[in-house]
Design a binder for this molecule. Structure first.
Ligand SMILES: NC(=O)c1ccc[n+]([C@@H]2O[C@H](COP(=O)([O-])OP(=O)(O)OC[C@H]3O[C@@H](n4cnc5c(N)ncnc54)[C@H](O)[C@@H]3O)[C@@H](O)[C@H]2O)c1
Length: 298
């Protein structure tokens, strides 16, 4: 599969390029970014000649040698690019959140279906061994049925975007849609996985506690109700604790990260599982690379 990378910022170059290089049967053949410094970095990191580097994403979409695109721009421009890419017959791997609003995200999904191309987004925490280990404990029934999942991400780092573009775009609602809620979807899909269902009710408190000149929230406390239990998802750009605490009918599972910090900004340390048979500690394995290409080929 021949892939074009659109958006060559921190995540495009720092995460997608090395993952694509490590994936079997995948070659990155072109990149697009209007910021010359980022395009040049993508060229050198991805080993791409000048005729494969495009300031305008439409020129990348016009290439017949591109089968699929990864769109790792800020979400403001993702919808327009994704709709055009689907119309051009390219498979899509979209960074999250898909769009600024749900209707735009649905339009992308509909356009991909109409064009017969595969569209996917990054539920990347589901592929991390630490969360797979928690899910396996719950699926095995070792501690009974989960009743409450508390997911703390109170130390999400407010990492600036690539310096040459707009380092503070995450603080502008027009560019980002929201602030720290941008990362809440990771907590939501983890909670859905742990509780084994989609939520049936939600309530939330959001706030902007640091007057930093932006117009987005930096603090979000969310309660999700499921048929079998509840989840409390706490997320902030701050320095508070991280980790996961599962209360189940016959025991508990607790993920402790380095320094009680927020994963993946600090590494996971251990999962302590206590059930009727006693306690044990799981040390999570390091992450592995999984490919989008296999999903498209299947
Ligand atoms: N899945 C995850 O865990 C995860 C983690 C971090 C960021 N992200 C997502 O990745 C996306 C990018 O974040 P980032 O931290 O790399 O931001 P960044 O600011 O570092 O990079 C954004 C890049 O997009 C480029 N760009 C802007 N407009 C463009 C356009 N019209 N066409 C092509 N390129 C354009 C910019 O020049 C810049 O190089 C965001 O949607 C963010 O939510 C996901």
């Amino acid at each position: 599969m021949r892939v074009g990378l659109i958006g060559c910022g921190n995540v495009g170059v720092g995460a997608h390029l090395p993952a694509l290089a490590a994936a079997e049967g995948v070659a990155v053949v072109a990149a697009a970014d209007p910021t010359p410094e980022r395009l040049a970095i993508a060229g050198s990191e991805g080993g791409l000649a000048a005729d494969r580097l495009h300031p305008a994403w439409r020129d990348l979409l016009a290439r017949p040698d591109v089968d699929a695109v990864v769109i790792a721009t800020p979400q403001r421009c993702r919808t327009e690019i994704a709709l055009a890419a689907a119309a051009a017959g390219k498979h899509l791997l979209l960074e999250k959140p898909l769009a600024l609003a749900p209707a735009a995200a649905q339009a992308i999904v509909d356009a991909a279906a109409a064009a017969g191309v595969t569209v996917a987004t990054n539920h990347n925490y589901r592929f991390l061994p630490v969360y797979q280990a928690i899910a396996a404990v719950l699926e095995d029934g070792e501690i009974g049925s989960p009743e409450l999942a508390v997911l703390n991400f109170m130390g999400v780092e407010d990492r600036p975007g690539a310096g040459a573009y707009a380092p503070r775009w995450r603080h502008q609602a027009a560019e980002a849609g929201g602030g720290v809620l941008m990362d809440m979807l990771h907590a939501v899909y983890l909670a859905n996985w742990f509780l084994g269902a989609d939520p049936v009710a939600v309530s939330a408190f959001v706030d902007r506690r640091r007057d930093d000149g932006g117009d987005v929230e930096d603090w979000a406390l969310v309660r999700l109700a499921y048929p079998s239990g509840q989840a409390l998802l706490n997320m902030a750009w701050g320095v508070g604790p991280g980790g996961v605490e599962i209360t189940a009918t016959r025991g508990r599972a607790v993920l402790v990260n380095e320094g009680f910090g927020t994963h993946p900004f600090v590494p996971p340390r251990e999962i302590v599982v206590v059930g009727p048979a006693g306690g044990r500690t799981i040390v999570p394995e390091p992450p592995r690379v999984f490919g989008f290409a296999g999903v498209v080929e299947d």
